[in-house]
Design a binder for this molecule. Structure first.
Ligand code: SF4
Length: 411
């Protein structure tokens, strides 16, 4: 099986390279699968727990949106795509829990993208929850062209996983990881969350130690922001029986967990390349870098966001509404905005500074015809950013307070 995949890729390379050379832009493609098995206690995403019978019609709608994107965009009055030739080099299938889908449905979406956009697919990521991974699925994913799996591990401590409403336990991560490696997935990312109920400094360190034992190529660490509308948020607000305020780490503790992760992952050989992301050299997420670099991406599916042709827009979040609209030949655009020069400049600063490599201040000033000296100087004086020639970057030991930089830039 591995042989045939290799052959297919090699044969396609020359053609893809020719297409890429002619393309006006290299796109990232995002596909949203908004279904989950259960709702995690902290979740505030637009995802739903629905019958499996709804998966196939949803995937059919996504494939139709992909194949008919030019016509759908034109009818919706979107400028992108008119006369431009796009190739794609990254795909990210996220959610929700896309690993819930039968592999044949994922393969259908991959075929729709390949058949519509072409290009040499360098990075194809599937988000997966550990308990949904089986040996057969892992092999089928590789066969469909998926070469990177992003795992919602969140914690290796079962008590924390149970409190978060996650379906998997520590041993599921180990089992799933072995299936993926055996199937040939050489690029695996783990998400960890700092700030889960019952988490302590010791249990956080335990999760980091377990992560090091498995050695994924990429790591994302998120700080839990408890949304008032989530189950956890409601429980905390009402000082419920299960989670009083004492059950979740304080902001100071979360900052400490983050700093601990920075030191731990550095010592384990990971390069910190974005506020929340670390990678072994060469395994930085190509797809996510497109967001921070303000490159073009098209999102397909309910609630998917896109950025192209100087516009940002999002599809309707409601999956049933999305399917109905696409089936009737209409793109359900829910939010839409033209990115003005002022907004673009702010994005250059906010998104660019998330990367630890920083931004090229002179280049941005020249491109936008502005002088940013007065905005940057106070941040530099307070040690929040550092400057080296034209490059401005967040100061590494102040990353846990990077929000202050973004607030300072708004002034
Ligand atoms: S798996 Fe992700 S999207 Fe689904 S309920 Fe949990 S946090 Fe939300």
């Amino acid at each position: 099986m591995a042989m045939s995949i290799e052959t297919k890729t090699t044969q396609g390379t020359a053609e893809c390279a020719r297409l890429q050379a002619r393309a006006d832009a290299l796109l990232g493609i995002y596909v949203q699968v908004p279904f989950c098995q259960t709702k995690c206690t902290y979740c505030n995403f637009h995802t739903g727990v629905v019958s499996g019978a709804r998966f196939a019609p949803y995937v059919a709608a996504v494939c139709k949106e992909i194949r008919e994107w030019r016509g759908l965009y034109r009818a919706a009055g979107l400028r992108s795509g008119e006369g431009s030739l796009f190739a794609t080099d990254t795909i990210y299938i996220g959610g929700g829990t896309p690993s819930l889908l039968e592999p044949r449905l994922l393969a259908q979406m991959m075929e729709a993208i390949r058949g519509t956009f072409g290009g040499e697919l360098l990075e194809v990521t599937l988000e997966a929850d550990p308990e949904t991974v089986t040996e057969q699925k892992a092999r089928a994913w590789v066969e469909a062209g998926i070469n990177r799996v992003s795992f919602g591990v969140q914690s290796f401590v079962d008590r924390e996983l149970a409190a978060a409403g996650r379906m998997h336990r520590r041993e599921d991560v180990y089992r799933a990881f072995a299936f993926l490696r055996a199937a040939g997935i050489g690029n695996i990312s783990f998400d960890l969350i700092a700030g889960l109920p019952w988490q302590t400094r010791e249990s956080w360190r335990e999760s980091l130690e377990e992560l090091r034992r498995l050695g994924p190529e990429h790591v994302s660490v998120y700080l839990l922001e408890v949304d008032e509308g989530s189950r956890l948020g409601k429980e905390l607000l009402s000082s419920g029986k299960r989670y009083g305020a004492g059950a979740v780490p304080s902001d100071d503790e979360m900052a400490e967990f983050y700093e601990l992760a920075c030191a731990f992952l550095r010592a384990a050989g990971y390069r910190h390349y974005e506020i929340s992301n670390w990678a072994r050299p060469g395994f930085e997420s190509r797809h996510n870098l497109k967001y921070w670099n303000r490159e073009l991406y098209l999102g397909f599916g309910a609630g998917a966001h896109s950025f192209a042709g100087g516009e940002r827009w999002a599809n309707a979040h409601d999956a049933a509404e999305y399917v109905r609209a696409i089936e009737s030949g209409r793109l359900p655009v829910e939010q839409r905005e033209n990115v003005t020069a002022e907004m673009a400049l702010e994005e250059e600063l906010f998104l660019g500074l998330r990367k630890l490599a920083g931004i090229d201040l002179r280049k941005i000033e020249e491109e936008y015809g502005v002088d940013l000296g007065a905005r940057i100087a106070p941040l530099e004086n307070s040690g929040l950013v550092e400057r080296e020639g034209d490059v401005v970057r967040l100061t590494e030991d102040k990353l846990s307070v990077s929000n202050e930089v973004f607030v300072g830039l708004m002034k």
